[in-house]
Write a protein that binds this ligand. Structure first.
Ligand code: NI
Length: 181
């Protein structure tokens, strides 16, 4: 399979609602393998199908916590969001070079299928809970900047565009994608 390319802000692929996966077959598993590759290459902690231009409800996540090795979520559904929220720094592989404080639920329960079609349920907190909410948003065409006020969002988009322009001119290195998904 050709190497997957990450779609960047402005791409219509990021705004489409992704379709449910009907068949979990080798073709899908090849896509998933490519998604892990693309995520690690970009040094991210999560990646969703739409971010590689594939309108399927598939996520790969690796927040590099010992208790939670990398895992795949197919057709994920958030079934519980807990009660508390917190703000923390968040970035996105599709909007590289910028980040913002985003309010998310601190705990989340998700149900999904793994790459073998086995259903599982996971209760997550902290960074993992944040990452799951960020990635499930991608499946619905939602980006982390949509959670910001209109003013903060437009400032961030402006910063992103100037960052991209600087990068294109070669005057700036891309900062690490810590906590981006
Ligand atoms: Ni993202």
């Amino acid at each position: 399979m050709a190497e997957l390319k990450i779609e960047f802000f402005g791409s219509p692929a990021l705004r489409r609602k992704a379709k449910e996966v009907v068949e979990i077959d080798d073709e899908l598993r090849t896509l998933i393998a490519g998604m892990y590759e693309a995520m690690y290459e970009a040094e991210g902690v999560g990646l969703a199908g739409p971010q590689v231009g594939v309108s399927k409800r598939v996520l790969v996540i690796d927040v590099k916590e010992e208790a939670h090795p990398r895992f795949t979520l197919i057709n994920p559904k958030i079934v519980d969001l807990g009660k508390e929220t917190e703000k923390d720094e968040e970035g996105c592989l599709s909007i590289p070079g910028v980040s913002a404080l985003v309010e998310r639920f601190t705990t989340v329960t998700v149900e999904a299928l793994d790459e073998h079609g086995q259903p599982f349920r996971l209760e997550a907190e902290g960074l993992l809970a944040r990452c799951i909410q960020h990635e499930v948003d991608h499946l619905d065409g939602v980006l982390f900047i949509d959670h910001l006020s209109a003013l903060k969002r437009s400032m961030l988009v402006k910063k992103y565009k100037s960052t991209q322009a600087e990068e294109a001119s070669g005057s700036r290195d891309r900062p690490p994608a810590r906590r981006s998904g």
